[in-house]
Write a protein that binds this ligand. Structure first.
Ligand SMILES: Nc1ncnc2c1ncn2[C@@H]1O[C@H](COP(=O)(O)OP(=O)(O)OP(=O)(O)O)[C@@H](O)[C@H]1O
Ligand SMILES: CC(=O)N[C@H]1[C@@H]2OC[C@@H](O2)[C@@H](O)[C@@H]1O[C@H](C)C(=O)O
Length: 398
């Protein structure tokens, strides 16, 4: 028998497991690396975050990723090269972090790598009758396993699609296991490139959990800033948006897309919510002379409206809830203030639930690996956005 199979069995049966979770999101800004210790699995899961770091990508690497992300036409050789390159690069970054943290790589049981999404194509985006939901993450797990010597799980989204989902959001699995409360209705709202939320009704009722993408988070604001301001990657502390005014005509044009009429749950990506989408709305409204600040104020309101309307539509009325934020958008003061004002609810972050909000998504992928290897029966019903299935492909180191 392959000795790694025996090792996997030992890892699954051990009282605790050390798992590294890796996430690199649609903002293409850097790699999140979370070193986690897990005890148990399913509803008995407990997690200790031993260490966390975000390693920013160089401007050159960001440009490489941007050249192949969310585009219909790309250089296929570049995609192929980056698939291998990213795997090796992520392995190097892991080894660097472990050295810095003085944590021996031999003590890591598993690595869980999300990879880099380069195209997300649910049917609602590709619109082609004869093709299924599809999504593509690159950064091959074999390279990570070989270079680090650690069994690696990767490519988590394919099984979700195979089992009937759209490949996202996957956060719901971790949200349910880690954050459900007996007494409080909770919304876990992640504002990354794309925004998504999980509704967790009080009482841990698994059949009432709900999760969906809601539209853009930071992606359109980030893309606009990167295109119009040299050496700026985002609108730090909402300065540009605060200096402008919302243009109602443009806002209505941005909100006028079939995505907002599709039923929930649904997913989306920068494939739809792009600068082309903004430019088309500007053209349609004949607002070519609009100032950059007014565009940023309007894009900020667009993000807020997508989030607020989705929560209002999906969460039962007259049910007070608390929102727990995560993702880079929670550092955008204008977004956060408006969401709180419109929804008239308490806004906290997952730090109030003992999970670093910047590390949450990386921790989530470590949790999915923990479930895949040590989980028994799923603790929830099979649902469209939450198929009851184990996710992640296993790469042995040799
Ligand atoms: N101080 C700040 N002011 C305004 N925006 C901020 C601030 N700090 C971070 N952000 C926003 O957060 C973004 C990074 O978010 P994050 O790291 O969650 O993205 P991501 O991991 O790619 O997300 P996802 O995978 O969920 O799409 C930045 O590009 C920026 O838009
Ligand atoms: C295809 C893909 O990479 N989707 C991301 C993206 O970023 C946010 C949102 O869109 C979410 O659906 C998902 O990531 C998180 C981690 C998720 O699956 O829950």
């Amino acid at each position: 028998m392959n000795r790694h199979l025996l090792k996997l069995q030992q890892i699954a049966n051990a009282p605790s497991r050390v798992i590294i979770g890796l996430m690199s999101g649609t903002s293409l800004d850097g790699l999140d690396i979370a070193l986690c210790e897990f005890k148990g699995a399913g509803i008995g899961t407990s997690i200790k975050t031993l260490n966390f770091k975000t390693i920013s990508y160089s401007p050159e690497f960001k440009a490489e990723l941007r050249s192949i992300s969310s585009k219909l036409m790309v250089d296929l050789q570049k995609v192929t090269l980056l698939n291998a390159y990213i795997g090796t690069y992520f392995a190097e970054l892991i080894l660097q972090c472990l050295e810095e943290w003085k944590f021996p790589v031999e003590n890591v049981d598993l690595i869980a790598s999300h990879g880099q999404t380069i195209f997300h194509a649910p049917i609602s985006i590709h619109g082609l009758d004869s093709y299924p939901n599809a999504t593509l993450q690159i950064g091959d797990g074999d390279h990570i396993a070989f270079k680090t010597g650690v069994i690696t799980l990767s490519d988590f989204r394919q099984k979700h699609i195979a089992a009937g989902g759209e490949g996202a959001p996957l956060a719901v699995y971790g949200d349910y296991l880690l954050f459900s409360s007996l007494t409080e209705n909770r919304i876990l709202l992640n504002i990354g490139g794309i925004a998504n939320f999980t509704f967790l009704p009080a009482g841990k009722e698994s059949d009432l959990i709900f999760s969906s993408d809601v539209g853009p988070g930071n992606t359109m604001m980030d893309q606009f800033v990167q295109t119009h301001y040299k050496n700026m990657y985002y609108d730090e502390d909402s300065k540009l948006a605060l200096a402008g005014s919302i243009n109602k005509k443009l806002l209505d044009a941005l909100l006028d897309t079939p995505f907002y009429d599709f039923g929930f749950p649904k997913t989306t990506g920068p494939e739809l919510f792009s600068l082309d989408y903004l430019n088309e709305a500007i053209k349609r409204t004949q607002l070519q002379g609009i100032s950059n600040e007014d565009i940023m104020a309007t894009l900020s309101e667009f993000t807020v409206q997508g989030i607020v309307r989705a929560i209002e539509q999906c969460v039962p009325k007259n049910n007070p809830f608390t929102i727990y934020l995560s993702g880079g958008g929670m550092h955008n003061p204008l977004l956060v203030k408006k969401i709180g004002d419109y929804l008239n609810c308490e806004l906290k972050t997952t730090a109030d639930l003992d999970i670093n909000p910047d590390a949450k998504e990386a921790i989530l992928f470590a949790l999915l690996a923990n479930e895949c290897i040590a989980g028994e029966k799923p603790a929830y019903k099979n649902r469209p956005e939450m198929p009851a299935t184990a996710m992640g492909k296993i790469s042995f180191p040799d």
